[in-house]
Every structure is written in C-alpha cells, then in structure tokens.
Design a protein around this ligand. Structure first.
Ligand code: PEP
Ligand code: MG
Length: 324
C-alpha cells in the first residue's frame, strides 16, 4: 500500500474523465511541511495557528509569528498556504489565556476572541503579511464566522494591516481572504458572505457539531456525532447551490474531506478543493482517481434522499465496491 501511495505522489488528483480536484493539507507544526510535500499536497488549506500558540507559555510576538508563518509559506511556495487566524476557545485553550465558561463551544471562540482583542488580531495579521513578502502565496482564513458584521470588521482590519506593512517597505500583495463555514447561520448567509470574500472553506467538524447540537468531544453523545448525517450532507450541498455564480472558491477542510467516501460526495457536490491531514491524502487521491465525475454524482444522487446516517455510509461503501 505504501508503495502504491508513493507512486501516486506526483500524479494529479483527477477523476477518470479528467476533472481536477485540488488536494490540500491541514497543518499546524513545522514538521507537517515535509510530510505533506512527500505525500503530494498541492498547498495548505488550513494552517491551524493555535498549534504554535499552544506550545508556548505566552503569546508569541509579532516577530516570532512572522518567523513561524514564514516557514510554512516558504515550505510550500509557490503553492498557496491558507493561514487561519487564532481559533482559541471551545476545545482549544491557551494555558496563558484561560477562558472559563459554561458552554465554551457556544461562547468566546475564534473570531469572537480576536475581534475583542484587536492587539492579538493585528499582530497576527501583520505577521502573516510580512511573512509572505516576496512569496505572495498567503491566504487568510477567518474561523467561527456567524454573521456578516464580523467579516466586514475583519476585512477592514486586514486592509489596514496590509497598508501598514506595505508602507513599511515590504514587497507584499493583498492576500486573498476567506471564511470558514462552520456555524449554521453562515450556511444560510453563504451567498452574502460569498460576495465579500475570495474563498470559503467548510469546517465540517464544527458544522456537524452545531447542526446536530452534539459536542464533538463529549464521549457520552459521541454515538450521535455523525459526519454522514443527511442534514450535514444537505447543508454541504446547499452551500454550493447558494453560492453559485458568486465567483467564490469552495473547499472543505474538516475530517469529512479526509474520509474517502466523504471526499467522493463533496467532490460530486461541486467543491473543487479538499483539505485534510497528510495521512489521509494518498488514500483520498487513490479513490478519486478511480471514478468518473458522473459516477460520483450518481452516488450522491442515490444517498441524498436517505434519512439515516448509517444508510448513507453503507450505501456509499456498497457503491464504491461495485464501481471497482
Ligand atoms: C472544522 O471545524 O471542521 C475545522 C476544520 O476546524 P477545527 O477542527 O480546527 O475546529
Ligand atoms: Mg472548526
């Protein structure tokens, strides 16, 4: 199997009928860079900046962040690297910035924290933009967006940070900016959000948690956490429908994208980039290369009407087996 994956490394991720799908990786550590390139990643769809923040005992300075982000951007250049602004709160705590709440997943999390602490947000954005000097492969992604005002405010701050850094003499271009779609309200405002940004990436882990009202880390309700829940699939398909014609690039960066069966469905819906852990990348590529887009769309048509998560998964397993 390893050698099959090795052979796949330099082959494009395309269906039998030649449809290209971008396979990107989710990263957090410097060690992820080489691992991802070895597995044929075409770029970074999600760099979780919480990781370098979590392994310290204080906030990294702007200069330290610039250096950390530079390693990711340089490692993948000229391929794009999507850096997400700090997504702390919820399940991700910084030891030196404790947040104590009754309902952390419904609380002070992601963009909510950084828009309340502009010094954290601005240092991070400035560091990202400086780190991209001469490379021009930075994309900035905003987590936990639940309304349009958050995006308006973040965009204004990013434009300001860009102007400052340029003024300071750095060779930079305005980065593409995107949002994560991981809160149900963002699904219903996908069209409006699409008009404001360059790309959108669905965080299927949180979207599943929030659609089903099931804490993604609570073992007592883990049996209710279903990636293949019909409501999750319909939400994913709905995002594509609602954003048609808006010229926004769509991707999925949650665990569902790294599950070969999930990847088939996501591709069939019309997403053209999938981002996953580097471990999942070869097996997803191997599966997508064995299907035509028409076969994948036919599978999607068969599972969308199903009402049970188990039925979706089992039907997909059967269909993929039959397809050879
Ligand atoms: C997600 O929510 O699906 C996602 C990719 O982000 P995270 O797992 O970091 O919350
Ligand atoms: Mg998330």
């Amino acid at each position: 199997l390893e050698s099959e994956y090795e052979q796949l490394k330099d082959l494009p991720c395309e269906t039998l009928d030649g449809q290209r799908i971008g396979l990107y990786v989710n990263t957090g550590l410097l060690a992820d860079v080489n691992r991802s390139l070895d597995r044929g990643a075409e770029g970074v769809g999600l760099y979780r900046t919480e990781v370098p923040f979590m392994i310290r005992d204080r906030f990294p300075t702007e200069a330290e962040q610039e250096q950390i982000y530079r390693q990711q951007l340089e490692g993948f250049a000229p391929a794009p690297v999507t850096i997400r602004t700090l997504d702390v709160g919820g399940d991700k705590a910084l030891p030196y910035f404790p947040i104590s709440e009754e309902n952390p997943f419904l609380g002070w999390r992601g963009i909510r924290v950084t828009l309340d602490h502009l010094e954290i947000f601005m240092a991070q954005i400035r560091a990202m933009i400086k780190a991209s000097a001469g490379l021009h492969n930075l994309k900035i992604m905003l987590p936990m967006i639940s309304n349009v005002a958050e995006v308006e405010e973040a965009l204004a701050l990013i434009r300001r940070a860009y102007a400052e850094v340029k003024e300071e003499g750095y060779d930079v271009v305005m980065p593409q900016v995107g949002v994560m779609i991981e809160v149900p309200s963002a699904v219903y405002q996908a069209k409006e959000l699409a008009g404001m940004v360059d790309f959108m990436s669905v965080g299927s882990n949180d979207l599943t948690q929030y659609l089903l009202a099931v804490d993604r880390n609570n073992s007592r309700v883990a049996n209710l956490y279903h990636n293949f829940h019909p409501a999750v699939l319909r939400a994913l398909a709905d995002i594509v429908e609602r954003t048609k014609g808006e010229g926004v690039k769509l991707s999925v960066c949650g665990e569902l994208a790294g599950d070969p069966l999930g990847a088939i469905l996501i591709m069939a819906m019309g997403y053209n980039t999938l981002s996953m852990s580097s471990t999942s990348l070869p097996k997803v590529k191997a599966v997508l290369r064995k299907l035509t887009m028409e076969q994948a769309q036919d599978m999607l048509r068969q599972v969308l009407p199903l009402v049970h998560s188990d039925a979706v998964r089992q039907t997909m397993m059967k269909l993929v087996r039959e397809a050879g």
